[in-house]
Design a protein around this ligand. Sequence first.
Ligand code: C5P
Length: 312
Amino acid sequence: MTAAPTLPGTVTVRVPAKVNLQLHVGALRPDGYHDLATVFQAVSLHDEVSVARWDGWQVVPAGTYADGIPTDEDNLAVRAAKLVAERCGVDESLSIRIDKDIPVAGGMAGGSADAAAALLACDQLWALGLDRDELAEMAAVLGSDVTFPLSGGTAMATGRGEQLAPVLARGTFHWVFAISDEGLSTPAVYAELDRMREESGESVAEPQVRPDLMAALRQGDAAALGNALHNDLEPAAFSLRPDLRELRDAGVEFGALGGIVSGSGPTVAFVTESHEAALDLSVSLAAADLCRDLRRAKGPVHGAQVVAGPRD
Ligand code: C5P
């Protein structure tokens, strides 16, 4: 993936995707959100967002998943840039190029990552000198998952997902991501979870990350991590897309240490014991023809970074 700046003064930010290692979802709140307890890990699938001054607002889609990028005002990166402009009193419009290597509507926070990247890129372009807290505050306004890509690594999140605390993780984990043809809508998956919970009459516990995950991360133990993977949204994603269960089960049967729907799906994430094991798993899953695309990645990786500045 290359994002060669095409306009003078372009700022480019590289930003990672995320996977939720555990996602515990509390009851529906009056504001329409759910309290969460989750652990995010940033993984080495990246988008690049490039901003440059332009005569009007425009989005230029590029990269592997260019087709899925909204080019209108709904684009979260545009909303992020406009928020910075409004907050900081900047009266300029931008061309925003998005080189997309993170699946769209895949449960890997691709749109949120682009918004986080746009915040950082605008800060650089307009030389605003915003600090991490100011960026994080704007990120939380834009969406629950926008704060994490700014810092990356491995982090615990609470609230609706925007309150972060770093987590000690040793070593590198090797992931395979099985990517579907069609995306899943995050609100639709949460609504399905609420419906299933109402139907079953189960009481909803206070969301809490389990100690098995923290121990696996502390020890850098991929097998223990595989066992500790958990996602409360998974049954709802399976209910809307029964084929995902077959995909998850196939990956585990082919030797993954664990498999899980990533966030609200439909991407399914598998953790493996090594780079070679990830290669083998990709070959087996490709032969089974159960998904559109397979991508290997490692985690944790660092968060959003400026890779080309206005003076480069
Ligand atoms: O915050 P964001 O815009 O990414 O959330 C998208 C949707 O996902 C929300 O409108 C809500 O339906 C659901 N959501 C939720 N609880 C959260 C995060 C997201 O119900 N903590």
